[in-house]
Design a protein around this ligand. Sequence first.
Ligand code: 9MR
Ligand code: 9MR
Length: 584
Amino acid sequence: MDFRILKRILGLIVSYIFMWGCFSLSAQVNFVRVNQIGYYAHSTKQAILANMDATEFEVRESVTGDVVFRGELSEGKHWKQSNETLQVADFTKLTKPGKYYVYCLNEKSHPFEIKEKAVYESLAVWTLKAFYLWRASIDIKPEYATFNGDDYSRKMGHADDTVYIHQTAATERRPAESFVSAPRGWYDAGDYNLYSVNASVSLHSLALAYEMFPAYYKSLNLNIPESGNGVPDILNEMKWEYDWLFNMQDEDGGVYHKLSSLRFCTMIMPDKDDLDRYMIGKSTAATLDFAAAMAMAARIYKEYDSIFPGMSDRALKAALRAWKWAEANPDVHFKNPEGVRTGEYGDMGRSLTDEVFWAASELFITTGDKKYFDKLDFMEMFETPNWSVVNTFGLMSLAFHKEKISKIVNIDPIDRKFKGLSESIYNMCHYCPNLVPIKKFEWGSNGVIAVNGMILGLAHQVYKSDKYKEAMLSTFNYLMGTNPTDYCFVSRFGTRYPRNFHDRRTTAFGKYEPMPGYLCGGANPGQVADCGKMNYPSSQPARCYLDKVCSYSTNEIANNWNAPMAGLAGIVENIIGRWTDSSK
Ligand code: 9MR
Ligand code: 9MR
């Protein structure tokens, strides 16, 4: 027997014994990790190998096992997030379309494809269709909701024509227990509530992807009820959310923080949830995020005024009223009031200057009015944005629109800050043994990674530098399988994907296969108590992920993770896939 294989078997035995000694119950199974969907024939192709201690690898044809490529592995580097020694297997030079697996010392990767065209097109479609499937206030029809033979149609849930004003949002004109109608929108996540902050943040990712590649999105048919109306389907889908978001603005311009029941319902279908729903609280963060998202709507729907009459103007007016309210109410923080136990998306104890930055950025880009630019404080820190720290969303939009706005203002600070951000994310990725930009694994780590992927894609577009493109690709690969958990993190894509995510619909459907197109939250060592600490496979941050319904801390789905995932898939199709109008 080959000495290396013997060494490997001994190593396995030792690590099994070691792992039994720790709290871990299941041993690690995957050592050779690939993008489980596959690779473009002309693009860089990399696999990540863990704890192999080998020098060479092979790529083999998936059915015959014929060796089609031999390559050298990079030197191993220890990754403290997974406590593994990782090596990169580069097989870029293999360009022949086909189905393969990577092989090394008796270990095999999942199979993957090398193709010339549309490698991630279905991913780009279904990560957006996920939002259609998330729609409130409408029957989900089988002709739009069937994936590989599985039908996820369902009855309408939540008409939301009677949403009570909670005492925390009451005014003289809309007193407590009066009601408003606020239909439409997308369920936030695995729960059926709708939150203004997270809605706005999710719309940014989708709007930016659209602004980056309008021709691509004009051609992308999502097969949703509005398809064929002359508007790109991504904008049709986003309109369902915007239609609802308009409802979240009170007559005084302030925006309700959330539309929610008082507690979470059980794991039932939307139409079975009969808990009363309320407009709860008003907050400066929700109002400014709303202003930002509406300012974006004003510019992206302008072109479609004849099909959605008045939408663009209405969005701009709503944004301006929200901005005004926030100027008069600069620090109304949100915290769940007593008796309310649904998602918080709160900002207690945090500064709201990042929300001002985002709203002012979008208002400036849309209106060209310098007074908004003058509000921008470029001395702030710009890091990966998330629902609670949003200034970088504004910086991303400014960077994308810098040519246009350079006619009005000096864009040096935009360039300096966006370049600095791009470099820091690039370095995080480049120096990470797993080639993924993440500093700390936390709730929604996959969302953080997807947003970073979008930033790298944007950096490539802005600076035309290939290094950002390569880092974007390895970031994307992580989500599709080159990660320590062995999962392709989007449901129904790749070979091994989450099946039991924390989602009321998927659980209530009770089908063997889960709903398609959903990115789950990802590894997060912080909350292991939800399923019991002992049930998690590892306490290592990057391996602390559990495909069980109970694990809402690692295995829920959410708008603000799916939106950058969808955006990234579209950006990858364009930048890596070199999409053109005629490439179909
Ligand atoms: O189902 C809820 C999920 O959507 C939330 O993200 C999560 C955190 O707020 O909470 C889940 O609900 C749990 C609740 O907080 C505690 N009891 C168990 C619930 C899940 O079954
Ligand atoms: O994504 C949110 C995460 O950053 C928070 O730590 C967590 C607990 O407050 O809540 C997450 O958001 C959940 C929201 O509160 C309710 N809907 C499901 C969201 C995803 O788990």
